[in-house]
Design a protein around this ligand. Structure first.
Ligand SMILES: C[S@@+](CC[C@H](N)C(=O)[O-])C[C@H]1O[C@@H](n2cnc3c(N)ncnc32)[C@H](O)[C@@H]1O
Length: 451
């Protein structure tokens, strides 16, 4: 039998934050990315992954703390995979995120000096309008309902005190966990694939206070649906009990039963109404999304009103709906059919007539139905960003303005470099904090066609 390997420990001095929420330190010839550390700290780090030129570690002792360090208000800091910045003051979180963005834009002509301070969030706790919790068990077999332990897909941390959700959401978690224990229903086991409870999703429309809850199990349990309705009746507007027999990957319910309500809730964002179903993508921080979309609309009219605008990666249409009041005609393009249908419903809900939604893959060729000349293109891709093909066909349409909404500074930098090979220049880069206490940010970049 091989002797157990003792984890390697290092004392390092950290330099700066990197995208991902770690602090970078240098030790001899390699770089160490340290979890739970801030810049300018001396920490004792335990390495958990080592490559030839870099390693990943975790700060287990802070020998010299940065002035920005504060005691965390969450008992699960360091263990939970959710927040990475709970031990850091909020102004410093914003500063570190800006530094990461500036560094990511290194090599993009004219970009770094344009980066503004992040637009901060007024509400830094209880801000998420959607939370997905998983069921699991302790080593002793006790059921748990909560969030995944950092880096683990089976270990679950209890979430009845998670500070990213509202008090009502915490209460729902508490009641459902108690019910499961009382009924003695096990959690689905991710490795052994034994049946049981899988996930609990809570969505809250912040503009209307409506709440939707979905409990997903691998099989039906006698009496569970009835009890679920009884314990949550006063807290939810729409309640789903769903069965998912796909035992590999994340839950994808194939049988849904609506126990209460219409099956959707309604959100209001900047006065626009959005219907949200159990599978609908919607920005998870309503208050900050309002600021982001307001700014998209402002920048879209900076040089006059567009007569034709494209909203690419449109989702359920929030950007297209915002542009409808300032553009002559808007075309939204989205590849996921249910979102296209939801976007069309949202257009009808708001009595908007000048927006069309097309189902197509933006990353392939120019979708059919797009006019030869457009004035404005807004893109809001997922983390992998745009394909070179998409950048080429967008540039060929010669829009006067391109607005890029990005959730990933590295793919933003890569794509901006490509756009700048066409006759475009950068006019603004404005980051927004939609995710306080995490390393994530949204960035709005404005490109203008050269005269
Ligand atoms: C970051 S979300 C933005 C959605 C919307 N703008 C919003 O704010 O709610 C990205 C969207 O792009 C869609 N998407 C992903 N890949 C796509 C592709 N290749 N072509 C078109 N849409 C795509 C996803 O389904 C998702 O709705």
């Amino acid at each position: 039998m091989k002797p157990p390997r003792t984890p390697q420990e290092l004392v390092v001095r950290t330099e700066k934050m990197v995208y991902g929420g770690q602090a970078l330190a240098r030790a001899d010839r390699f770089v160490v990315f340290v979890d739970d550390a801030l810049p300018n700290e001396t920490v004792r780090a335990v390495l958990y992954k080592k490559k030839k030129q870099f390693a990943f570690g975790r700060a287990v002792e802070i020998l010299e703390a940065a002035p920005e360090r504060i005691p965390s208000d969450c008992p699960w800091t360091g263990d939970c995979g959710g927040c990475t910045f709970r031990h850091c003051t909020y102004p410093a979180q914003l500063r570190f995120k800006k530094e990461v963005l500036v560094e990511s834009l290194h090599g993009v002509p004219g970009a770094q000096e344009l980066v503004r301070d992040l637009v901060p969030a007024e509400q830094t706790t209880d801000y998420r309008n959607k939370m997905v919790f998983s069921f699991g068990a302790t080593m002793e077999g006790e059921l748990r309902l909560g969030l995944h332990r950092r880096g683990s897909f089976i270990h679950i941390i209890p979430a009845d005190r998670c500070l990213l959700q509202s008090a009502a959401s915490r209460e729902i978690v508490r009641r459902v966990a108690a019910l499961a224990k009382q009924m003695n229903i096990p959690a689905f086991h991710e490795i052994q694939k034994t049946p049981g409870l899988r996930s609990l999703t809570i969505r809250e429309a912040r503009g209307t206070n409506q709440r939707m809850v979905e409990l997903v199990t691998t099989t039906a349990y006698p009496g569970l649906a009835e009890h679920l309705l009884a314990i949550l009746e006063d807290l939810v507007d729409t309640l789903y009990f769903s069965i998912d027999t796909n035992i590999y990957g994340s839950p994808r319910p194939e049988k849904r039963t609506i126990l209460k309500g219409t099956g959707t809730i309604e959100e209001v964002l900047n006065g626009l109404r959005f219907r949200i179903g159990p599978d609908t993508f919607f920005q998870s921080n309503t208050a900050q999304a309002e600021k982001l979309f307001t700014r998209v609309r402002e920048l879209a009219t900076l040089h006059g009103r567009p007569s034709t605008a494209l909203d690419l990666f449109a989702g359920t249409g929030p950007i297209a709906l915002h542009l409808a009041s300032i553009a002559g005609r808007v075309i939204g393009v989205e590849s996921w059919e249910p979102s296209v249908l939801a976007a069309r419903e949202n257009l009808a809900l708001n009595d908007i007539q000048n927006v069309d939604m097309i189902a197509a893959d933006v990353n392939e060729a120019l979708p059919p139905g797009i006019p030869e000349k457009v004035d404005l293109v807004v893109v809001d891709p997922p983390r992998p960003g745009l394909s070179p093909e998409a950048i080429a066909w967008i540039a060929k349409l010669t829009p006067d303005t391109i607005l890029y909404v990005s959730c990933n500074p590295s793919t933003l930098a890569r794509d901006l470099k490509l756009f700048l090979q066409s006759p475009y220049h950068l006019e603004a880069i404005e980051p927004f904090d939609l995710f306080p206490h995490t390393f994530h940010m949204e960035t709005l970049a404005l490109l203008r066609r050269n005269p």
